[in-house]
Design a protein around this ligand. Sequence first.
Ligand SMILES: C[S@@+](CC[C@H](N)C(=O)[O-])C[C@H]1O[C@@H](n2cnc3c(N)ncnc32)[C@H](O)[C@@H]1O
Length: 387
Amino acid sequence: MRLCLTNPDHGYYAGGKDPLGTSGDFITSPEISQMFGELIGIWFVTQWMAQKKPSHYNLIELGPGRGTLLDDALRAIQAFPACAQALKRIHLIESSSTLRELQARKLCKVGSLRLGDDNLWRGSGNLGCPVTWHEDLKTLKREESDVPFVIAHEFFDALPIHKFERTCEGWRELLVDSCSKTLHSIPASPSTSTGISASAFQLVRAKGPTPTSIAITNSSPRYQSLPIGSRFECSPDTFAITRDLSQRIKAGGAVLIVDYGPEKTIPIDTLRGIRKHKIVSPFETPGTTDLSADVDFQGIKEVALDEKCDVYGPIEQGVWLQTLGIGARAEQLKASQSTVQGCHRIEIGQKRLVESNHGSMGKAYKFMSILRKDSPIPVGFGGDIQD
Ligand SMILES: C[S@@+](CC[C@H](N)C(=O)[O-])C[C@H]1O[C@@H](n2cnc3c(N)ncnc32)[C@H](O)[C@@H]1O
């Protein structure tokens, strides 16, 4: 999954194309309506206020896509000049050079993108603060005085997973193998089982324990209580990044995660390919098909609690956006439209973000926030604005 998505030569996100939008493979909430990013920007303002208005903070986005979410969030933050002035740096975690270019075009002054001696790309942000790109969090140095406000929207679902099955002999890892061998193949997920026979790859059960199956199945009591025949998926990268972020907000800051995945249970058979807005086999044309798996929100919570942080959510996107005031913002935007089509477009966007019917995102996507211990309950998760 890692190779297929981020290999610098052949990975899905390394290719020269923009995967987002109607002509790409998928569409995301910020691309549907500006209200999504704006309300996330407002949420960061409420956190800045709740944390006694620190004089400096950084914004970090993991997997910023076209930069649309951040662009909209920054516009909302600008409506609060003291909060906008306290923003000192923007850090973007992005593995795709194509998307990095698009992000720079949206967020930085024209022609300001440069490769530094430390091999990091930098630009001068439209609001005046510097923007730095990192291929992963490891190159983003930790300063004790840092106050990072972090957003990860549809990032964790793109991180590689491992998959396991509990047999009478113990836990076995499910591995990807070539179809040329006559082994018993296992559908990667029920919804994609028909596509698998046409592909060159299949899932097979390891004959004995693997180092990964031993390490992961013993890593949480949640796995140990599962009965024989159970399967589950686990993304160690997700947990490592959650631990890293939880440690970074010890002196203040906040993490906001938005993604899809079950509210209470462990993801089971969710690995899928996404191509031209359709779910396909994850084994179809590796490197040109997007791959995704449900996010394990309870696993993220377990790690953040272990780091002595407070965790709120997961809460459905529709509920969160309504609490943050999407209804009022939609009315405001409609009032500024000069055409019926303009108003209609805003209504359609609002419905798609909030409603739970097929094709809408209000129920499937969830919001979760990680804050340092003993923080007030955040807005959108049951708390009130603290000023
Ligand atoms: C599904 S897109 C979401 C984009 C954006 N957040 C949005 O909602 O429009 C995933 C984003 O994460 C980036 N990405 C995926 N895997 C990554 C990884 N392992 N490291 C850094 N960035 C990654 C992709 O290049 C892309 O920007």
